[in-house]
Design a binder for this molecule. Structure first.
Ligand SMILES: O=P(O)(O)OC[C@H]1O[C@H](OP(=O)(O)OP(=O)(O)O)[C@H](O)[C@@H]1O
Ligand code: HPA
Ligand SMILES: [Mg+2]
Length: 180
């Protein structure tokens, strides 16, 4: 698996430092608001687990699974809900936890769904933002790192379901994408 990585873009230490900063800011902003923190599966599961440990105020968590990339490095443009929330968002301060915003299609779809279900507020925290990939306008409320126009893997992010368990963020060797 490590053989497939061309270079490391963010080390485990850099990521953990940023996650701690985000946790502090969110703890301050959501004091007294009992947020419902929603993890967008699968990619955000590693970030979610690390982030909530750095949030020091009471909160609740839930999970939603959506997918649009499948076996590709380009969004299909069709966002599918694979698993829905267990709890109602009505009247809740919702914080969506994403690993990456690329085209913005996944989140603009999710925000729309949650607003139609009458959430009191909907905000976004993403660890990675790739503004060059956008096909719809979307700005996260909290973000960790801005990315160049490259497909990244690790720390929850996959290529064709692999590499999610790498503790750092890497860029794959080009031949991995072009293999028959
Ligand atoms: O801004 P976008 O272009 O929509 O891309 C971002 C989304 O794509 C990835 O999910 P994916 O559909 O690959 O599902 P996964 O999390 O299960 O890998 C990623 O985890 C985000 O949810
Ligand atoms: O750069 C990426 N890596 C992994 N999954 C993704 N989904 C959107 N962009 C990416
Ligand atoms: Mg994916």
């Amino acid at each position: 698996m490590l053989n497939d990585i061309q270079n490391v873009l963010f080390s485990e230490e850099q990521i953990q430092h940023k996650v701690a900063e985000l946790g502090e800011t969110i703890s301050r902003d959501y004091e007294g608001r009992n947020p419902l923190v929603i993890c967008v599966l699968k990619g955000a599961f590693v970030f979610m687990a690390d982030l909530v440990k750095r949030i020091t105020i009471p909160l609740e968590i839930d999970f939603m699974a959506v997918s649009s990339y499948g076996q590709s490095t380009k969004s299909s443009g069709v966002v599918k809900i694979i698993k829905d929330l267990d709890v109602s968002v009505e009247g809740r301060n919702v914080l969506i936890v994403e690993d990456i915003i690329d085209s913005g299609l996944t989140l603009s779809y999710l925000i729309d769904v949650l607003e139609r279900r009458n959430a009191l507020s909907v905000s976004i925290v993403t660890l990675f933002d790739k503004p060059s990939g956008r096909s719809v306008e979307l700005e996260p409320d909290y973000k960790g790192f801005t990315l160049p126009d490259e497909f990244i893997v690790g720390y929850g992010l996959d290529y064709a379901e692999k590499y999610r368990n790498l503790p750092f963020i890497g860029i794959l060797k080009p031949e991995i994408y072009t293999k028959p």
